[in-house]
Every structure is written in C-alpha cells, then in structure tokens.
Ligand binder design. Structure first.
Ligand SMILES: [Zn+2]
Length: 153
C-alpha cells in the first residue's frame, strides 16, 4: 500500500466530455484529455483554478502540501488496517460465537472488509489533489484523472 510517489509537483490530467453514446449494455463517453501539472504549496492547502483547454470553463482542484498529503495517507492506511483487523476479528469470532451473534458479526466483518478495500484503493491513487468545484461529483462535463505521476522537480 505504498501509493504513488510524491514530490513538489503533481502530474494529473483532466478530461472534457465530448460525447456520450448510449448503448444496450454500456454507455460510451468520449473525452478530450489534457495534461494538468500542479505545484504543491509549502504548507497547508491551496485551491487551484483550472481552465479547460477545450471549452474555457473553469473548475477548482484543491492541492495539499507534502506534509498534509503524507498525513492523509497515514490516516487512510490506519483506516484500511483497522477495517481489515475488524473483518478478521469478526470472522474469527464467528467460529466460536453463538447463533444469536452470527448476523451482527457477519455484518461487522463485511463492513470492515469493504472499508479496508475502499480505503486501500483510494490510498493507492491519493496524491493530494482533489476536484472541489463546481461540485465534488459533477464538474460540468469534466473529470480529473490520474496522470503520469509526479513530474520531475
Ligand atoms: Zn471543457
């Protein structure tokens, strides 16, 4: 769970949605992809406006300092380990628990496993840059993508 390498610059890319083609099973989106290079602040965080090269609209990406990114990764790592430990402990207790405790233990084991999986997936991609506005989930037809990793200093 080492994650992507970190440095003073973050290399990402963003996509501008060109078209959406609905299919029988899968909807296909076509994106115009542009590189996005962000410099980390020395301390804290900074909201960086990004202007789309295709349409000229802007959206905001929050960039964390190296310290904050490392702290976020430690928190995610601790959360993943806690979820995994909860899952293993509850699975082990299933062997010795009475019938009444089985649904609760199975539920807690599932919650722990899902938490561990999701946080480990996020930890793998976390570089300290998160799209913020217009909204967290919708960027008016734009999308921030993992890039080529950190750019050389
Ligand atoms: Zn655009």
């Amino acid at each position: 769970m080492a994650g992507r390498p970190l440095g003073p610059y973050i290399g990402l890319s963003y996509g501008h949605l060109i078209s959406t083609t609905p299919g029988v099973v899968v909807t296909r989106d076509r994106w115009a992809v542009h590189p996005l290079a962000l410099e980390r602040p020395d301390h804290g965080r900074r909201d960086e406006p990004v202007r789309c090269a295709t349409c000229g609209r802007t959206f905001t990406v929050r960039v964390l300092s190296l310290d904050r990114t490392l702290r976020l990764r430690r928190t995610l790592r601790a959360s993943a380990i806690t979820g995994l430990a909860l899952s293993v402990l509850c699975a082990a207790l299933l062997a010795v628990a009475g019938e009444g405790a089985v649904p609760v233990l199975a539920f807690l084991a599932s919650v722990g496993a899902v938490t561990a999986l999701l946080t480990a997936m996020r930890l793998r991609l976390e570089v300290g840059a998160t799209p913020r506005r217009p909204t967290l989930t919708r960027l008016r037809g734009h999308r921030v993508l993992p890039g080529a990793g950190e750019l050389p200093a």
